[in-house]
Every structure is written in C-alpha cells, then in structure tokens.
Design a protein around this ligand. Structure first.
Ligand SMILES: [Zn+2]
Length: 131
C-alpha cells in the first residue's frame, strides 16, 4: 500500500491548502515524484481520485524526479544508475558511486513526493450573491 500512503499524504497537504482558500475550486494537481520511491504513478492517481471522490475532474500531473547522489569518498554528485526491482519497494538498492564505486553515498534527491502546485478556479459564493 505504498502508493496509498503517498496519496494520503498529498491529500493532507491539499486539505491544508483548502482551509486557507475556500472560495477556490481545485482543478489540477502537479506532483513531483522521486524515482526512488518506486511508486506506480497510475496507482497514485487511482488512490488520489478515490480519496478525493467529489472532485473527480481534477487533472493530475506526475513528474518523475531523477535520483541524485553525493559520494562521501570522491565528492561525486549527480545521477546514478539503478535497476527498478520490485523488491525496492521495501528495500533500498545497493547503491554505488558512478566514479569510484564507493558505497558511502547519500541520496540527495529521488525519495521525495511533493505537491508542487495546485491549479484552481475561482468559485462564486451563491449565498453572498443573493444578499
Ligand atoms: Zn565516489
């Protein structure tokens, strides 16, 4: 239920946003997803739509973020090659520096899941109009 957890977290942020902007209708979500989450985009979209129920017309965009590492041995910083094994849902792959093959590397980017932006449309409060 990895994707479900991610979707739930996005909804949490979305609810915070909605509290501050209650005359706006959400029509789109832009999400950044690190490749090292090994999460399935379609499943995230499915859970988001499931959790949002009343707002089925939301356009969901998911942008993949390439992982970036930093090597503590040689100072290399940049992309890293890895294979997408389904096992990595539970376990981080054995990462090695592209330059010196050291295992002392830190993952700087690639495990994030950010709600980057929310597309909104202004709605009119009908009750107010009547007054
Ligand atoms: Zn290195």
């Amino acid at each position: 239920m990895h994707e479900f957890t991610i979707a739930k977290e996005i909804i949490m942020h979305l609810n915070e946003f909605k509290k501050r902007q209650n005359d706006l209708k959400i029509i789109g979500l832009n999400i950044e997803l690190g490749e090292f989450t090994f999460a399935n985009e379609e499943q995230i979209k499915f859970w988001l739509k499931e959790l949002l129920k009343d707002t089925n017309k939301i356009n969901i965009n998911i942008k993949r973020i390439k992982p970036i590492v930093y090597c503590n041995k040689c100072g290399y910083s940049g992309n890293i090659k890895f294979s997408a094994d389904p096992l990595y849902h539970f376990l981080l792959p054995d990462l090695r520096c592209e330059k010196c093959n050291s295992k002392r590397i830190d993952l700087i980017k690639g495990r994030e899941c950010n709600l980057k932006s929310v597309k909104v449309k202004k709605t009119f409060n009908k009750k107010k109009k009547l007054l």
